[in-house]
Design a protein around this ligand. Sequence first.
Ligand code: HSE
Length: 308
Amino acid sequence: MNEIKVFSPASVSNICCGFDVLGFAIQGLGDIISLRKTHKKGIFIKKISGFNIPTDIKNNTATVALNSFLNQLNYSNGFEISIEKNIKPGSGLGSSAACAAGSVFAANLLLGEPFTLKNLVEFAMSGELISSESAPADNVASALYGGIVLVDNFKKYHVINLPTPKHVFAVIHHPLISRSTSESRNELPKKVLLQSASFQLTNIASFIHSLHTNNFDLMQRSLNDHLVQNQRENFYPYFKKIKSISYDLGSICCSISGSGPSIFSIVGDYKLAEKIKLEIDKEFIKMDIKFNSYLSPFGAQGVRVMEF
Ligand code: HSE
């Protein structure tokens, strides 16, 4: 096998109460990465289409991740990569992570799977850190593992796949403005109140319990953030209105995806998810803000092969 094409999904990180440690992959939006073995040693970018991303291999998250993958192997040849960049950088939907995750997943398959998924998270993170030097692995882990993930950023990215509830959906709205993760993270407070930390601990533990027990009332009560959302809401003037539409119609949760500007709602019924998507669509049109919207299972498939 000399060539492979993979689809690497966009993802939502934080899931409200899990700042930097929770995330899920979404369906219907992702980057397409093609990788071909070359006789020549090194990494070569053949083509990048779609949204603009760096073409210098030292600054492109996919090629930096690939380089870190290759550094662990005694591989005398190289790779040529093409990227169809469908996830807008600065969307809060794991754009840089999808490229980094997709490239190392593809390379691993082309070389007969020398590495585990956990190893791939580490390689992909060296790419992700190029785009934001304090980036956690919530998006990379979501893209590689799929479903809903809990990641330990301090112990070499240990990842746990949490139960994915059936018939629960995510509605995602991406207003077409950009805000880089590093810019957004620089504005966060460096310290939090003990009481806020305690609220957050209760929420994250309760949320995980709700996934194991399919308890949607508990899920709704636990999906609250006490660490970053208050600060971030101020940057997105549309958020409060969208949140009230989403909750009034019966969503389980409505929050900012990653550091924004995207917003997601979790909904316990497909028809209701369609309605919430439509009503939020209408509100963005009314506000004259260009956007894209998606309806996905809550925890979709991770990176997958399209063509061998
Ligand atoms: N979890 C990060 C944040 C974004 O909220 O800043 C994605 O890694």
